[in-house]
Design a protein around this ligand. Sequence first.
Ligand SMILES: Cc1cc2nc3c(=O)[nH]c(=O)nc-3n(C[C@H](O)[C@H](O)[C@H](O)COP(=O)(O)OP(=O)(O)OC[C@H]3O[C@@H](n4cnc5c(N)ncnc54)[C@H](O)[C@@H]3O)c2cc1C
Length: 398
Amino acid sequence: MKRIAIVGAGQSGLQLALGLQQNGHDVTLISNRSAGQFRSGRVTSTQIMYDRAMRTERALGIDLWERSAPDVHYLSMSVGHPLDRASTLCDWSGRFQAPAQSVDQRVKFADWIELFEQRGGTLRIADADVATLEALADDHDLVVVAAGKGDLVQIFERDPARSMFDRPQRALGLIYVNGVDAGDAPDKGYIDISPNIGELVSFPALTTSGPCDVMLFEGLPDGPMDCWRPDFSAGEFVDTAKRLVSTYFPWRAPRYARIELTDANAVLCGRLAPTVRKPVARLPSGRPVLGMADVVVVNDPISGQGSNSAALCADLYLRRILDHGDQPFDAGWMGDTFEMFWRYAHYVSSFTGMLLKGTPNVVNAVISAGASTDLADAFAHGLNDPRTFGTWLMPNYH
Ligand SMILES: Cc1cc2nc3c(=O)[nH]c(=O)nc-3n(C[C@H](O)[C@H](O)[C@H](O)COP(=O)(O)OP(=O)(O)OC[C@H]3O[C@@H](n4cnc5c(N)ncnc54)[C@H](O)[C@@H]3O)c2cc1C
């Protein structure tokens, strides 16, 4: 049995903690929020997850919401006409090979924290800093930092060679709503593109009050969709969403005409710089700690990949730890572990970067998919496994 400390109770940290616990390890989890604080707090993500990542939760038996969360069977993509916004260059649907789902992280993380405690795990509520990490390193065999986008990530050096960007590429506005008119297609997720303006990503989800829809607005910096302010009232969030839909995505306006927030905390805005970091940080004592998921590879949410990558990272780190037996978790093992994750994650970063840049091959492929069911299905499958884009959309990536 190993003593392992995990800092950050999010998708990757909780999944790894529960997996290690099930395999007989002694896990200490440091979270800056309790289950109750997650449940009553603000939304954090849109967190659509695809089959490949969901399988890693299923394998641990921690897929607690598969029956209650709405299934998303189709990906719909559209591109507005740059000169005539009322019309579109394409508007197609591709079918996922297995359904996707989105479970509000307020629900998921709160339930998982409680499960971890019920199973005898040690949970400490604290805003961990370097001194906390030193103390954890004193009496644990391994310290994993899974603190998402928190300040603690700064101890991990940015990797300029692997980071495609050095600043945020989109201004983000997010709301969870009821009242979407889904017509006869309640099981579709949407990525709608307004050229040179931004994107609207929307799909069904499960929130604290039950099924809902999430709407994520991705505006080009300093453009007309870069308009969200943290001091907006709940009403201003909804009014802004309706205005942006009717102005920049008018072909979707009927779908969102009667939306209302699911709850007062169902709003979020901000921006993040897509960044890849070195996976091992040295504490002042010289001891190494290992970064995971968003700490080491954070992407813009336009491609809806972060939770998926976090689940796959947790799955890989779990197997690496279990396979390591009694050997020490040194910096070499940590670096090798991350490199195995990067073999997958670089496809995610590359695909996300191409979407953000609106590279011609991606835009042309999206438009062409309007005339090809196979291509539309290939897009849907690519979200489930971005490595498959390497065979046709981005052949220069291996
Ligand atoms: C607007 C938006 C929409 C998104 N939509 C999607 C999507 O549709 N699909 C998808 O796959 N991904 C999406 N993502 C990304 C996804 O939410 C993240 O990539 C994923 O949650 C990362 O998992 P993680 O374990 O690395 O970090 P997180 O899940 O963020 O967990 C980190 C945890 O660490 C805690 N923490 C931070 N600092 C400390 C500290 N010092 N001490 C203790 N605890 C700490 C945090 O409170 C949090 O609980 C979206 C992100 C955003 C911002």
